[in-house]
Design a protein. Sequence first.
Length: 219
Amino acid sequence: MRRQTKVAVVAGVMLAIAAVVVGVVSQSRLDESKPGATASSSEDVVVRDDSRVLGEPGSSDVTFVEFLDFECEACGAAFPIVEQLREDYTGDVTFVIRYFPLPGHVNAERAARAVESAARQGALEEMYTRMYETQPTWGEAQEPKDDLFRSFAEDLGLDMERFDADYASEQVAERVQRDVEDGRSLGVEGTPTFFVDGDPFQPETVEDFAQVLDEALAE
């Protein structure tokens, strides 16, 4: 495949990571019998016009979408894989994130609101990266981490009055919840859940990520 070899180079290093990802994704298989889990509805809600894009949109129509939870360890494990894909397919593939905080995680919805609030100041990638880089220090905590997330915004030099207002706003909360509802309508039950060109994608190896993108680009 065109870039599969490049991603395969990191396969040995990421083998344990891939195992974690596969274990979680296998539990979040899409139930096609659920309302809304049809091809036509998928095209409408997998990517919306205002969905958050990491980096610049690709020149092709190929999209790679991840429904994620910033507190989810498997999402944290998938993060370096997705970053490698972004590097290898920059300019070709559009990488989209959708918020899907799980109810069992105390700070997942808060983290999503912090990322969305940063995105409204043009700092999506910076806050997205910060969440995963610091996840071991706050993930699975049973107390709210609002102050910690606010400190991330300060470190990034954001307008804090605006950040605070967005973080507490109904608009941001509703934006996160809309992603959750879209995911549920598609049958998403766990994270990370991936879609390529509107179709669910369930990787079994690291190389599968490159293969599915190469095949999509070749169509």
